[in-house]
Design a protein around this ligand. Structure first.
Ligand SMILES: [Zn+2]
Length: 292
């Protein structure tokens, strides 16, 4: 059977039970928060993302929403002004490596290069942030997340003094909707032997439980899951509702090229605004979590 037909079938099967599974998942958390916390992050790693960044910043500014941007060093070198504007507008820049090793740019993957090269990718990004903006990122996101993210990242980040990573898919973790310190034996859960780097898991689709609620899933997967007019905002509202219900921490992740000019995304920001839902940067979330 073709992969898109299989995917379509799997989505159909999971859709009616996904809300129940997600409710069950979140209900396992021991949240002591008085209210839920939200952050929105963007991965600015592909060439089309660069062109729409000014529009996206304008959109976020119009709603007074501060976000976190996972950027890559090679684009900072090429487009320093627009990256400076991210910081000038009060948003955060996350270290997303220097070259974002992947099959498109350099026929490589972050989890396949040596530890020394991984370290260099992270440090070179920091050097550029220092050089262009006198800025030190405190957060990290593994290029391509998912299966390319792993245990190997945390000792590197720990050594470099990072506050947090935001590279895991929520329902693969045992965080149950809260930030957590990854275990040294299994980074998807906490134990009594943890890394000192906080992990902020990324929100999954409330209708499909397993995949990230990212813009690839919504608009570009085959077939796209939520590309019909108004579908994105409906799913976004469901995601917000379940996070609120469980006083959890919701970290969203989208690609600028998919959402900067998307009406349904703008409607989602409008929804947050109308409901007076405060959006924090990932850095603010991590810092307030550490302080607790
Ligand atoms: Zn979905």
């Amino acid at each position: 059977m073709q992969i898109n037909l299989l995917r379509k079938f799997a989505r159909k099967v999971i859709k009616p039970i996904s809300p129940i599974m997600l409710n069950n998942y979140f209900s396992k958390n021991q949240s002591k928060l008085k209210e839920s916390i939200f952050s929105i992050s963007f991965d600015c790693d592909m060439p089309p993302d660069m062109g729409v960044l000014p529009n996206l910043l304008e959109l976020l500014n119009s709603y007074n929403i501060k976000s976190s941007f996972a950027c890559i060093g090679k684009w900072i070198e090429k487009y320093p002004r627009i990256h400076r504007k991210i910081l000038d507008d009060g948003h955060e820049i996350i270290n997303h490596t220097y070259s974002h090793p992947n099959s498109v740019f350099n026929n490589n993957f972050f989890n396949k290069i040596t530890q020394k090269e991984q370290n260099r990718e992270i440090v070179k990004f920091e050097e550029l942030c220092k050089k262009y903006f006198d800025y030190k990122p405190v957060g990290f996101r593994t290029p391509h997340l998912g299966n390319l993210h792993g245990q190997f990242v945390y000792p590197l980040l720990e050594e470099l003094g990072y506050l947090y990573s935001s590279s895991t898919m929520l329902t693969r973790t045992k965080s149950y909707g809260l930030p957590y310190y990854p275990s040294k034996t299994n980074f998807l859960e906490s134990s009594n032997q943890n890394y000192s780097v906080l992990e902020l898991p990324l929100m999954v689709c409330p209708e499909h439980y397993f995949p990230l609620f990212d813009s690839w899933h919504c608009f570009r997967s085959n077939p796209p899951a939520h590309a019909k007019s108004g579908d994105f905002v409906d799913v976004f509202k469901k995601a917000v509702k379940i996070i609120k219900k469980h006083n959890a921490v919701g970290t969203f992740y989208f690609d600028p090229a998919d959402v900067a000019n998307c009406k349904s995304f703008e409607d989602s920001l409008e929804f947050l605004c109308e409901n007076k839902i405060k959006v924090k940067t990932c850095e603010e979330v991590a810092k307030s979590w550490v302080k607790k």
